[in-house]
Design a protein around this ligand. Structure first.
Ligand code: CAA
Ligand code: NAI
Length: 246
């Protein structure tokens, strides 16, 4: 069991990549707190684990709202007494070409993908610092590394997460906290299902491994970075993209 006795918060854990990560973390022995906006999906997930030896704690959370995040962290600590792992996985897209992008689209994506990660990490680190141990994983994207047509707002946030990851690795290393990012390629979840079919086909054809990602591919990287197998890795951006660009 790679996460025995660990307590993990996974944001956006009610669907897509986050959901697969929740299941993997539980299988590896962790107690998992799912922080997601989607209450219906969260409740379904809790119900499906009711009889499990490790039940899931779901806290309906909007990561872009400070008060909501503070309540999440309080609930996690009240329930489990500590937080060892934070996976900042929640994210949204509101794609448009630059000349058509509204201020609202820009702000909405920044609030969730960038400020949400700041909110969650700032609320969690006092608990990690107090115990001298922590693993923080930020979900970036190929869009943040290479840019992507139609994603001015999204690419900006995902690139910013790389800067924050490296900054936090430098600030928090001496406190026993590892901070890394995962940069997934196009992965088959609800997020990419909104994309035009021909663009997805093009993305597949320019990927060295000639396929799109599965949520499991990304969740495996989260698990590695959350486990003690990655204890000497910090400030790293792990590209899990099938070799879409090199
Ligand atoms: N590469 C090159 N050119 C592209 C392109 C691409 N990926 N996407 C669009 N274009 C071109 C179009 O061919 C078109 O060219 P012409 O003007 O010469 O005809 C021009 O850009 C405008 O495109 P649209 O007609 O599609 O414009 P639109 O305003 O109707 O829609 C859009 C724009 C919403 C951005 C739409 O093109 C779209 O949804 N694109 C996909 C964006 C995308 O890749 N999103 C990723 C979502 S998944 C995700 O975000 C996860 C992750 O981390 C990777
Ligand atoms: P998804 O749309 O399937 O799941 C995202 C989850 O986050 C949903 O359950 C949603 O309710 C939740 N969420 C959204 N806003 C929230 C908020 N403010 N507070 C709390 N929860 C919120 O998306 P997917 O594909 O699983 O994405 C997970 C992460 O991976 C995101 O950060 C995304 O940007 C990133 N990513 C995804 C890629 C893909 O191709 N699917 C590629 C690269 C990165």
């Amino acid at each position: 069991m790679r996460l025995q006795n660990r307590v993990a918060i996974i944001t956006g854990g009610a669907s897509g990549i986050g959901l697969v990560a929740v299941k993997k973390f539980i299988d590896e022995g962790a107690a998992v707190v799912v922080a997601d906006f989607n209450e219906e999906a969260g409740k379904e997930l809790v119900a499906s684990y009711e009889q499990h030896e490790k039940p899931i704690l779901f806290v309906q959370t909007d990561t872009s709202k400070r008060q909501s995040v503070e309540a999440l962290v309080q609930k996690a600590v009240d329930t489990y007494g500590k937080i060892d792992i934070l996976v900042n996985n929640a994210g949204i897209t509101k794609d448009a070409m630059l000349h058509k992008m509204t201020e609202q689209q820009f702000d909405d994506v920044l609030n969730v993908n960038l400020k949400g990660v700041f909110n969650c990490t700032q609320a969690v680190i006092p608990h990690m610092i107090a115990q001298g141990y922590g693993k923080i994983i930020n979900t970036s994207s190929v869009s943040g590394v290479y840019g992507n047509v139609g994603q001015t707002n999204y690419a900006a946030t995902k690139a910013a997460l790389i800067g924050m990851t490296k900054t936090w690795a430098k600030e928090l290393g001496r406190k026993g906290i590892n901070v890394n990012a995962v940069a997934p390629g196009f992965t088959l979840t609800a997020m990419v299902q909104k994309m035009p079919e021909e663009i997805l086909t093009r993305m597949e054809s320019v990927t060295a491994l000639q396929r799109l990602g599965q949520p499991e591919d990304i969740a495996n990287a989260y698990l590695f970075l959350a486990s003690n197998e990655s204890d000497y890795i910090t400030g790293h951006v792990l590209h899990v993209d099938g070799g879409i660009m090199m």
